[in-house]
Design a binder for this molecule. Structure first.
Ligand SMILES: [Cu+2]
Length: 172
């Protein structure tokens, strides 16, 4: 009984500390890549529990030389990604890092084969001085928008998949 009560206290304390932190990360993962791939990307939901806007300023990973903050835009009919200096997480809102939108680009992979089931480390730095260390699972992306692909659809450089322009436009 005593143990159970202790566990209960511990759980409620850790819940408290979760709610106390301004930034909360959920559904984080890294995209599995075929052997010899040089890049991958990390996706997640970033929630801002505070009354102030907070920016994600930088990322670092143990499996790549560089980790850049990226977004995606339509350029000359092609999905092109570009580096951004920071990613805004508005007060009391959630910013979604997802395929076809903001993402953390892992460049110059140190591992030869980033496959599903592996775990990688990611460190995130925010403008409120919060630092978050994450252990992310590597997952295969099975995307809904694969079903929506059209013939001759341009390849999205961020996710390396084809998706229909209509679908891409909606995401911009
Ligand atoms: Cu990118």
């Amino acid at each position: 009984m005593k143990t159970i009560r202790l566990i209960a206290i511990f759980l409620s304390l850790s819940l408290l500390s979760l709610f106390a932190s301004d930034i909360q990360i959920s559904k984080a993962y890294v995209r599995a890549m075929p052997p010899q791939a040089k890049t991958s990307a990390a996706f997640m939901l970033i929630k801002n529990n505070s009354d102030k806007d907070i920016y994600l300023l930088s990322a670092k990973s143990n499996i790549s030389k560089f980790a850049e903050l990226h977004n995606v835009r339509l350029k000359d009919g092609m999905m092109a990604m570009y580096q951004v200096p920071k990613i805004l997480i508005k007060a009391h809102s959630t910013t979604s890092l997802k395929s076809g939108s903001f993402h953390i680009m892992l460049i110059s992979l140190k591992t030869k084969f980033l496959k599903a089931g592996q775990k990688i480390k990611l460190n995130l730095k925010f403008s409120n001085t919060q630092m978050i260390d994450l252990i992310l699972p590597v997952k295969k992306i099975t995307m809904g928008h694969m079903k929506m692909k059209m013939k001759n659809a341009p390849k999205c450089k961020a996710c390396n998949m084809e998706h229909s322009m209509k679908n891409s436009m909606k995401k911009m």
